[in-house]
Each structure stands twice: as structure tokens, then as C-alpha cells.
Design a binder for this molecule. Structure first.
Ligand SMILES: Cc1cc2nc3c(=O)[nH]c(=O)nc-3n(C[C@H](O)[C@H](O)[C@H](O)COP(=O)(O)OP(=O)(O)OC[C@H]3O[C@@H](n4cnc5c(N)ncnc54)[C@H](O)[C@@H]3O)c2cc1C
Length: 450
């Protein structure tokens, strides 16, 4: 007897969300087809459809855990492909005002650093293990159609590069297109309102260089994060080692800070950062061929959870629901956890007569819980700049002071240091930082600081 709940699921987009979702639903549908408009490279190199992939992409431990759960041999494959293991809090030199550097210590926990193309390539390779998943490249989803009453998805219309159109029947359609346009188009065609949005105008700008790590590289760190003296400056640097013995160096900032796309200007920007660490490390490098740039004007959270149920079988996922300020490295972790949540939900609902009815409401509740914490972490830092647009979190000044005092305690106390990182890596809820004992210590520190 078949244990599947449907014949075919279509996933729009072969980015991190789409690939993870394809794996998640492959246990429940006879066939899963991933449609990707790009040509998918056979090597881990950049492709057009994910322009952000040329920039630093840190994978938080929470995201690593989700990928481990979805793909049992993911971690081994990632290591074999050349990802660089980093000891959290030890191997990356964290430079923030008042701590240059923040105490480096081994907290007994590893993360991996690699380019986004390598990460995606590794996940794509993992999908080969699942014979019922097909990835169709150079195939753009043009629209999603529903039954006449709009109650259920029916098919996806797509177009290949040679102009051939096809209609693919679908019991389920996951919109992992990054922009959510297919879902919004369905809502429009049914005459429904679009989801409400929460928007934070952050105006981030990245310019990125890939450079070989020289033999003279410092030995007391493998990567550096240099944070600005906020709010007077917004310029900073994110520099990590990646496969191929290279550094990926991202310079930029918010609200107008932007490093030039030519090498001399890029170096001058590095030289003017708050500390000389990054400049000293890269100043003798040969100019890279290209210095790609990326502008990210605003974080956007679409509140699908506030709408009545979507047509049965239709689900947006990943950036189609929420695009986070990239500086905090949360987007891929949330997208992969949404895929895991979808797996859990389908598994628990497979006993129901029609497991897809009401799925979107249940999924958006899970997504809300997954998005809430990283969104709040980002907002609590974004609004340090008066230029940031949007609704400031309540009691913002106090939250800022609390954060500063907590950092001072974390610098001295390895257990608190570990706890703050567990929250940043989305392993523990923010409430873990509000236990009565810790709040008391932080309040004492706040009093001492004032
Ligand atoms: C500069 C920058 C740096 C970032 N750094 C980090 C970081 O350090 N850590 C982190 O976790 N996150 C980071 N992010 C966020 C991360 O890139 C996204 O959250 C993540 O890629 C979301 O995955 P997704 O699958 O939803 O969308 P995407 O990865 O954007 O994938 C969407 C895919 O859909 C395809 N597509 C679109 N429309 C169609 C269509 N009609 N038909 C077929 N295919 C289609 C696209 O070609 C693409 O392949 C960063 C983002 C930016 C902009």
C-alpha cells in the first residue's frame, strides 16, 4: 500500500529553501520536481539566479543541524568538498567597540565556513540520493493554476529556455522562488488581499573580494568580523576562510556606507575601518578580477499567517516569506528549518483523510515561531541607527543597554559567552538570556556602567 499522500509536488526554485523543501516532501509524494530558471553549474560556482551567492554566507549551527537532519551524510560531504571547520568563538576574531578582540576561547563547538555555491552544490549532490526528486534546470515557473473555485492548486505552467511551455500537474506547490511572486500572483488572481508586511529599512551594501590566503596570514585567527562604532559609523567587515584556501572578504555597511568595486578603493575602505586587522591581512594581495556588489534595502516579513488559508497545496517558504538583514546570517537557517517543519507536519497529518487541507495555516504558525526570534535579534541591532526605517521594538533603549551589559559579562564568563552564541546561532530561544539570575547580573552591570 502506498504511503504517499499525493502524486506530484512541484518546488519552484533550487536555492537553499527549495532544495531542502524538495527533500522534506520527497517522503510524501511519488514525484518531486524542482523547477529552476538557471543553468545549474556542475561545479560549485556562482550562478545568476542567486546574486547574493557571491557574498559571505555564514551557516549558523541551527541551519547546519537542519541540513544534517534532512541529509544524513551532509556534514561528511561538506567536509570532503573543502568546507573549513572553525571553532566557534576561537577561530573568528570578533572586533566590536570596547573589545578588540572579544575574548577568543574554545567553547567546544564547530561550524563550517564555505562559499554559498559550495553549500548549494553539496545539497544538490545530496538530492541525487532520492530517486523520486528531479531537478529541472533552465525551466522557469510562469504561473500556478488552481481549481475553478480557487480552493486547491492544480498545476504549474513553466517555460524552458528554448521557449517550450509545459503544464505540470501538482498536488502541492512550494514557492521557494526567493521573491514569492508565484504565490502573490495566485492571491491576486483570486481577488484576495496580499499579506501584510513588516518592513525594516536597513540599506545594507556589500562589496566582496575573493583572495588567496597568504602564507604570512596571522595564526591567531582564521576569520575576522569587524563591527563599526555604532551609531556614528556603519562601516564594517566580514572575512572568512572558504574552500580553496581563500578568504572571502565582505566590506560595506548600512545607510550609505559602501566599499568601491575597484581594488584601490576597496583597500582604502578597509584601511578606514575601526581596526587595521582586515587591511593588514589583505593589503599585499593581488587585485581580484572582480569585486561584486549587492544592495539590500530592506528586510521584509510577509505575514501569510494573518491571511485566510491559501489554496490547498500552495506554500511559500524561505525568502518568499521573510527576507532577513543578511548581516546576521539567518536566512538559510530559517529556510532549512521551515523545510524540516514541513516534514514534521506532513508526517503527523498523513493519517488525516486529506493531509493537505489546512496545512498552510499549520505551516505558517510554525514559520511564525521560526522567524520571530531571528527577526527580533536583527531588529534589536538594526535600530541602533537612527536612519533605520520601521517600527522600533518597544523599550528599545533599554534592550540596547541590556545587550551591552550582557556582552561585558560574556567577555568575562565563558558560560554566558556560550549562551549568547547559542542564541545567535538560533539554538536557544532569546528567553534563555532572561533567566532571573542572569537578568540580575545584567542589571548590576548596567548600574555599574551608568
Ligand atoms: C548579500 C547577502 C548575504 C547573505 N548572507 C547570508 C548568510 O551569511 N547566512 C544566511 O543564512 N543567509 C544569508 N543570506 C540570505 C540567504 O541568501 C537567503 O535567505 C536564502 O538564499 C534563502 O533561500 P531561498 O531558497 O528562499 O531563496 P534563494 O536562495 O534566493 O533561491 C531562489 C531560487 O529560485 C529561483 N527562481 C526564482 N524564480 C523562479 C521561477 N519563476 N522559476 C524557477 N526558478 C525560479 C532562483 O533562480 C533561485 O535559484 C544573505 C543574503 C544576501 C542578499
Amino acid at each position: 500500500m502506498s504511503t504517499y499522500i499525493g502524486k506530484q509536488a512541484i518546488v519552484i526554485g533550487a536555492g537553499m529553501g527549495g532544495l531542502s523543501a524538495a527533500r522534506a516532501v520527497s517522503d510524501f509524494f511519488e514525484q518531486v520536481v524542482v523547477l529552476e530558471r538557471d543553468t545549474l553549474p556542475t561545479n560549485p560556482i556562482h550562478r545568476m539566479g542567486t546574486p547574493q551567492s557571491q557574498h559571505v554566507h555564514a551557516l549558523l549551527t541551527s541551519g547546519l543541524n537542519a541540513l544534517r537532519a534532512l541529509f544524513p551524510s551532509f556534514e561528511q560531504d561538506l567536509i570532503r568538498a573543502g568546507a573549513v571547520p572553525l571553532k566557534v568563538a576561537l577561530d573568528v576574531r570578533l572586533e566590536r567597540p570596547g573589545f578588540d578582540p572579544f575574548p577568543q576561547r574554545d567553547l567546544g563547538w564547530l561550524v563550517y565556513s564555505m562559499s554559498r555555491p559550495l553549500l548549494e552544490h553539496t545539497v544538490r549532490r545530496q538530492l541525487h540520493e532520492y530517486p523520486n526528486i528531479t531537478v529541472r534546470q533552465r525551466c522557469r515557473a510562469e504561473s500556478v493554476s488552481t481549481t475553478a473555485d480557487g480552493g486547491r492548486v492544480r498545476a504549474v505552467q513553466c517555460k524552458t529556455r528554448d521557449g517550450t511551455s509545459e503544464v505540470l500537474p501538482a498536488d502541492m506547490v512550494i514557492d521557494a522562488s526567493g521573491r514569492g511572486s508565484p504565490t502573490l500572483a495566485v492571491l491576486r488572481s483570486l481577488g484576495g488581499p496580499p499579506p501584510e508586511e513588516t518592513v525594516i529599512g536597513v540599506d545594507c551594501h556589500y562589496t566582496t573580494a575573493l583572495i588567496p590566503i597568504p602564507p604570512t596570514a596571522p595564526t591567531d585567527w582564521k576569520g575576522v568580523f569587524t563591527f563599526p562604532e555604532a551609531p556614528t559609523s556603519t562601516s564594517g567587515a566580514l572575512m572568512l576562510p572558504i574552500e580553496g584556501n581563500r578568504w572571502i572578504v565582505g566590506l560595506g555597511g548600512q545607510h550609505g556606507a559602501s566599499a568601491p568595486a575597484e581594488w584601490e578603493g576597496f583597500l582604502r575602505f578597509a584601511e578606514q575601518l575601526r581596526t587595521p586587522t582586515v587591511y593588514d591581512a589583505i593589503k599585499h594581495a593581488a587585485p581580484p578580477e572582480r569585486l561584486p556588489q549587492f544592495g539590500f534595502p530592506e528586510s521584509v516579513w510577509r505575514h501569510f499567517e494573518r491571511l485566510p488559508d491559501l489554496p490547498t497545496g500552495l506554500l511559500p517558504l524561505g525568502d518568499s516569506i521573510c527576507r532577513f538583514n543578511p548581516i546576521y546570517g539567518q536566512g538559510m537557517s530559517v529556510a532549512t528549518h521551515e523545510a524540516l517543519a514541513l516534514h514534521r507536519l506532513l508526517n503527523s497529518r498523513r493519517v488525516l483523510g486529506d493531509p493537505l487541507v489546512g496545512l498552510s495555516g499549520a505551516f505558517f504558525e510554525e514559520a511564525l515561531a521560526l522567524i520571530d526570534a531571528p527577526w527580533a535579534i536583527a531588529a534589536s541591532l538594526d535600530f541602533v541607527y537612527p536612519q533605520t526605517r520601521g517600527q522600533r521594538p518597544p523599550d528599545f533603549e533599554n534592550t540596547l543597554k541590556f545587550g551591552r551589559a550582557l556582552n561585558r559579562i560574556a567577555a568575562l564568563d565563558p558560560a554566558v559567552h556560550k549562551l549568547t552564541l547559542e542564541v545567535q546561532h538560533l539554538l536557544k530561544p532569546r528567553s534563555a538570556l532572561r533567566t532571573p539570575e542572569l537578568v540580575e547580573r545584567v542589571q548590576a552591570e548596567m548600574a555599574a556602567m551608568s
